[in-house]
Ligand binder design. Structure first.
Ligand code: ZN
Length: 284
């Protein structure tokens, strides 16, 4: 049975199929109710979860109560132009080194949260999100996955109007608006995903499939990204890497397809599940 770490109304839960176990209660408060604390003690959590009996008290999962499985990361990295098909549609050269920007943690929201639109040029980007589970600096590529807790689905929502209003463009603000980082539905542990760079990835907006690719199209694969980032920044548990988006984003389609109030964004990755986010109008 597949398992994941979920955030149910702010409390860490172990999801098993369509049931969820409250981690703090079921462990007799040995483990924390805070999802960030679970990530900081990931190996303890994994060995406890592995030994948990099948009849541990569990509730039926209520998807509408799920929050972001990572609530307060120290860092969120985004990677620009990291899929060959997306660089091609944007008519830009493939980067020779990873193009990194930040998404500030205020943008995180849950797998069913509403995305609040700030202009008529807000765009979607489905992405594989890597969740760091073990601290490290100068991590070798061959050891990179040892530092991963697991993976989830993410949307790197962008306000293209703000992103490209001036020169140079300001990626970090345009991608950090509140609600511009839905993630979930839960963190699927590393060992349940054989190869993060061989997964189907797709995004539908209001029933129309607009992105449909595989993570094998990444320019810099997950281990390369971890090795590169950790040459400069110490990675710590809970850090997130939004690993880039495949072709089909709204701002380079012909005709363009920006998000509108009432749209539903459905983002899926093989083995990780689906997040569903409705677009609502922003203030003013
Ligand atoms: Zn992106």
């Amino acid at each position: 049975m597949s398992t994941s770490l979920v955030n149910v109304g702010g409390r860490a839960g172990l999801r098993r199929g369509d049931r969820v176990v409250d981690i703090a209660s079921a462990s007799g408060e040995q483990l924390s109710s805070d999802p960030m604390e679970i990530l900081r003690h990931w190996n303890d959590f994994r060995s406890w979860a592995g030994g948990l009996s099948n009849d541990a008290p569990a509730a039926t999962i209520d998807s509408s109560a799920l929050g972001p499985p990572v609530t307060a990361p120290q860092k969120i990295f985004g990677v620009g132009l990291n899929y060959t098909d997306h660089a091609e549609e944007a008519k830009l050269e493939l980067p020779k080194e990873p193009l990194i920007f930040t998404k500030f943690p205020n943008c995180l929201c849950g797998p069913r949260a509403d995305v609040v639109l700030t202009s008529n040029r807000v765009d979607y980007e489905v992405e594989l999100v890597v969740v760091i589970g073990e601290r490290g600096r100068n991590i070798a590529e061959a050891k990179a996955l040892d530092h991963v807790a697991g993976y989830c689905v993410g949307q790197d929502i962008s306000d293209r109007r703000m992103q490209f209003a001036g020169k140079p463009p300001q990626f970090s603000m345009g991608k950090s608006v509140d609600t511009f980082g839905p993630i979930g539905p839960g963190i699927v542990p590393l060992d349940e995903i054989e190869d993060p760079n061989d997964l189907a990835i797709s995004c539908d907006v209001s029933g129309e499939t607009l992105q449909n690719a595989r993570t094998s199209l990444m320019v810099f694969a997950v281990p390369e990204l971890i090795a590169w980032l950790s040459r400069y920044c110490t990675l710590v548990p809970g850090d997130l890497i939004f690993t880039g988006t495949p072709a089909g984003v709204g701002s380079v389609r012909d005709p363009r397809r920006y998000l509108e109030a009432g749209d539903t964004i459905t983002s899926s990755i093989e083995g990780l599940g689906t997040i569903v986010n409705r677009c609502v109008p922003g203030p003013g």
